[in-house]
Design a protein around this ligand. Sequence first.
Ligand code: WQD
Length: 332
Amino acid sequence: MKVLVTGGIGYIGSHTCVELLNQGHEVVIVDNLYNAKIEVLSYIKKITNKEVTFYEVDVCDYDAMKEIFAKESIDSIIHFAGYKAVGESVSKPVEYYTNNIYSTLILTRLMKEYDCKKFVFSSSATVYGDPDVVPIVETAKLGPTTNPYGTSKLMLEKILTDIQAANPDWTIILLRYFNPIGGHSSGLLGEDPKGIPNNLMPYIMKVANKDLACLGVFGDDYNTPDGTGVRDYIHVVDLGVGHVKALENIANDGVHIYNLGTGIGYSVLDVINTFEKVNGVPVPYKIQPRRAGDIAECYADSSKALEDLGWQATKTLEDMCKDAWNYVLSQK
Ligand code: WQD
């Protein structure tokens, strides 16, 4: 299958491209390099020993995207490209709604024009808001979301559902990610956000590497086993494999929704302790007040993905911490 991967130079996108290539698929990457480094393209090729077609284009540029569709006979699309920083989305709602929604509308318009009928969307567990019940199943109530990033994902799920209703022979797959962390075993691919990280693992990596002095733990008074926030951390390679399984195993028309998580909830202190233990490096931390918008607990019931896609996460928290640190060491 020839797969168009938007945002394919990014963190989750690059790991997914590796898995697509490993399974023999042809990959066409579109990325504007807003939040990605071009050398990742060479790492994808080095890891897989496969060729990849790359266009440095903004998905919101209809004319440029039209040229790509005209040139490449695209069978399916995996749409990663989008802004994804929760905190930033609160101060930049217009940018987030414009970029995340308009890029998706451009792609679906071109799907219509070029008879492409399969679309995989990078959604997020954020669409569940603060869950009433954990583990979370796909039929759980949605929202309310607490930031424009999460709201854009929820809106896009509804937009894509409407578009599929108008195109009944299309297959739309909504993958709700939990908390992706870790990196490729080669040490060539990993999470490397610009500036001060918003998310837990990249912050831990910088503290362990002494780029930052101390990790702030946002609250230890939640109703959780040790009082700190509990999340479903999933290895980014497992996540990449989940996308390939979804593309390969969902053939019938309609809208298909899957949680991609491990089904295990770990607290912030669990992650810190595991990271220190498996890597033998200290991660000094200090308890801070809760972060606005944070929820106590969020972890997946991914049994539907196992049943329909034949997919389940295989890597442990130890693997994730090891591969995250291995990536830092490989960058030195
Ligand atoms: C995890 C836990 C924090 C940083 C968000 C988005 C989600 C996805 C992943 C994009 C929480 C605690 C964090 C720190 C801390 N993003 N924490 N100190 O908020 O669960 O999910 O990122 O796809 O859509 O909602 O991830 O890594 O920010 O936080 O104590 O410096 O770590 O309170 O309990 P989150 P996170």
